[in-house]
Design a protein around this ligand. Structure first.
Ligand code: NZQ
Ligand code: ZN
Length: 381
C-alpha cells in the first residue's frame, strides 16, 4: 500500500422513502435559492420531480429548474448551467438523475464560481477549482457511483474529447431503490456493468497483492454479478435494485482506490469512443473489456486466475476472461461495435481516432501502445 489521506465527504441516505424523510433536513443548512437539475424528463413522468419540488418548497426554498441534461453531458450544457446559476444567484444545486446529471452539476457548481474556463484550467494549466456551489445528489439511475466522488466525465464537443474533470463531491446523496424502478432493464444492466468495470479496473491496476482492497473489489464484483443475474430473472425486484445501487456507490466512492494504483484503461478507450459516437457508457465498456483483457491476461496471470475463480467459479486466468465475455452475452449487452447505439457509423477510421486521442494509463498490468489500442478496438468490430 502507498501513502494516502482519505476523507468521506458525502453523507448517504439509503432506502425507500429516504427523500421524504430526510431531504428537508439535508438542505436546511444551505441557502434559500436551490437549482433543481435533471435530465430529459424521466423524473417528470415517474413523479420524482413533483415529490422533490414539494419537499424543497415546504422547506422554504425558492426553486429554479435546470432541465435537459443529456446522457454524456456536454461542456456547452455545463456553461449553460453555470450562466443560469450566476444569473439566479443559486446557493445550492440538487442534481436529480444518473451519472450524467450528477457529473454535469459538479462542474456547473465549480464553473459558476470562477471566470476561468474550467476545461482550460484543468487540462491546460493543470490547476483545480478551489470553490464551488455546494451540491446534493438524488440518484435515479445507479451504476456510475458519481454520487459519492468528486470526479465528472464531460464531453467537449468542440474538441471531440470526453474526459474526467475534478471538482467537489456532493455534500449528500439520496439512494432510494424505489426511485430506480422506472429505469428500463437494459439501462440497469448497463449501469451495473459499469459498476463491475470500476471494481475490475481498480483490482487489475495494483501489482501488490493480498491487500484488503483486492478482497473488497472481488466481493463487489461477485455481488454485482449475482444481482445482475437476479435482475435478469425479475427486473422489478426492489431488493436487487437496492443491492446494485449500493454496489455502484461502493465501487466508485474511492474506498477501493486508496493506497494503490488503478488501471482504468478500458474506461479511457470507452470515453473517447463516447466522444465520437455518444454511445452508452456501460455498453461501450461491455464491448471493450473482453478484447482488452485478452491482451493483458498474460501480464497478470495470478490476478486473473483469482478473478475467474472467485467471480465466475472457473479455473484459469484465460477462462476468467472468457467467462466475463459469456456473462456479457448472457446479459444481452452489446458484444461488438456494430451493436452499439451510435450517432455515426463506427468505422476503422473512427477507431483510429479513438486510439490516437484516448488517454494511455501508465500503470495497469502493462502500459499499452497506441497501435495495440487500435488493434484492441478493431477486435471489437
Ligand atoms: O434523462 P432522463 O430522461 O432522466 O433519462 C435517463 C437517461 O436516458 C434515464 N433515467 C435516469 N433515471 C431514470 C431514468 N429513466 C427512467 N427512470 C428513472 N428513474 O437513464 C438514462 C441514462 O442516464 P445517465 O445518467 O446518462 O446514465 P449513467 O448513470 O450511466 O451515467 C453515465 C455518465 O456518467 C459518466 C459516464 O461517462 C456518462 O457520461 N461516468 C461518471 C463517473 C463518475 N463521475 O464517477 C464514472 C463512470 O465511469 C462514468 O464515466
Ligand atoms: Zn464507468
Amino acid at each position: 500500500m502507498q501513502k494516502f489521506v482519505y476523507e468521506y465527504a458525502t453523507k448517504v441516505y439509503f432506502g425507500e422513502g429516504a427523500a421524504r424523510e430526510h431531504l428537508a433536513e439535508a438542505v436546511s443548512g444551505y441557502g434559500k435559492h436551490v437549482m433543481l437539475a435533471y435530465g430529459g424528463g424521466s423524473v417528470k413522468k415517474n413523479g420524482i420531480y413533483d415529490e422533490l419540488k414539494a419537499i424543497l418548497e415546504a422547506a422554504g426554498k425558492t426553486v429554479t429548474d435546470f432541465s435537459g441534461i443529456m446522457s454524456n453531458p456536454t461542456y456547452a450544457k455545463v456553461q449553460e448551467g453555470a450562466a443560469l446559476s450566476r444569473k439566479e444567484g443559486i446557493d445550492f444545486i440538487l442534481a436529480v438523475g444518473g451519472g450524467s446529471v450528477i457529473d454535469c452539476c459538479k462542474i456547473i457548481a465549480a464553473q459558476a464560481r470562477t471566470e476561468t474556463d474550467l476545461w482550460e484550467m484543468e487540462m491546460t494549466d493543470h490547476k483545480f477549482p478551489t470553490d464551488a456551489i455546494p451540491i446534493g445528489a438524488v440518484v435515479t439511475a445507479s451504476g456510475t457511483g458519481a454520487e459519492m466522488n468528486g470526479g465528472a466525465v464531460i464531453t467537449n464537443e468542440e474538441k471531440v474529447l470526453k474526459a474526467g474533470l475534478a471538482a467537489f463531491p456532493p455534500r449528500f446523496a439520496f439512494l432510494d431503490p424505489g426511485y430506480t424502478l422506472s429505469v428500463p432493464r437494459m439501462q440497469v444492466i448497463s449501469g451495473a456493468f459499469d459498476t463491475l468495470s470500476h471494481a475490475m479496473e481498480t483490482y487489475f491496476g495494483a501489482s501488490d497483492e493480498d491487500n484488503v482492497s483486492d478482497d473488497v473489489a472481488l466481493a463487489i464484483m461477485t455481488n454485482t454479478v449475482i444481482n445482475m443475474r437476479r435482475l435478469l430473472a425479475d427486473s422489478d425486484d426492489i431488493r436487487v435494485r437496492g443491492n446494485l445501487m449500493w454496489d455502484s456507490a461502493m465501487a466508485e466512492n474511492g474506498i477501493l482506490k486508496v493506497g494503490r494504483l488503478t488501471d482504468f484503461q478500458a474506461h479511457q478507450m470507452e470515453h473517447q469512443l463516447g466522444a465520437y459516437t455518444d454511445c452508452n457508457h456501460g455498453q461501450g465498456l461491455a464491448v471493450i473489456h473482453p478484447a482488452y483483457y485478452r491482451h493483458i491476461v498474460k501480464d497478470a496471470q495470478e490476478k486473473f486466475r483469482r478473478f475467474g475463480k472467485e467471480v465466475f467459479g472457473v479455473d484459469s486466468a484465460e477462462a476468467g476472461v472468457e467467462a466475463l465475455a459469456d456473462f456479457i452475452k448472457e446479459c444481452g449487452l452489446p458484444t461488438k461495435m456494430s451493436e452499439l447505439r451510435s450517432k455515426v457509423e463506427i468505422t476503422p477510421e473512427i477507431l483510429k481516432k479513438v486510439a490516437e486521442t484516448c488517454n494511455v494509463i501508465p500503470c495497469g498490468p502493462r502500459k499499452l501502445g497506441r497501435d495495440e489500442i487500435y488493434d484492441i478496438l478493431m477486435e471489437c468490430m
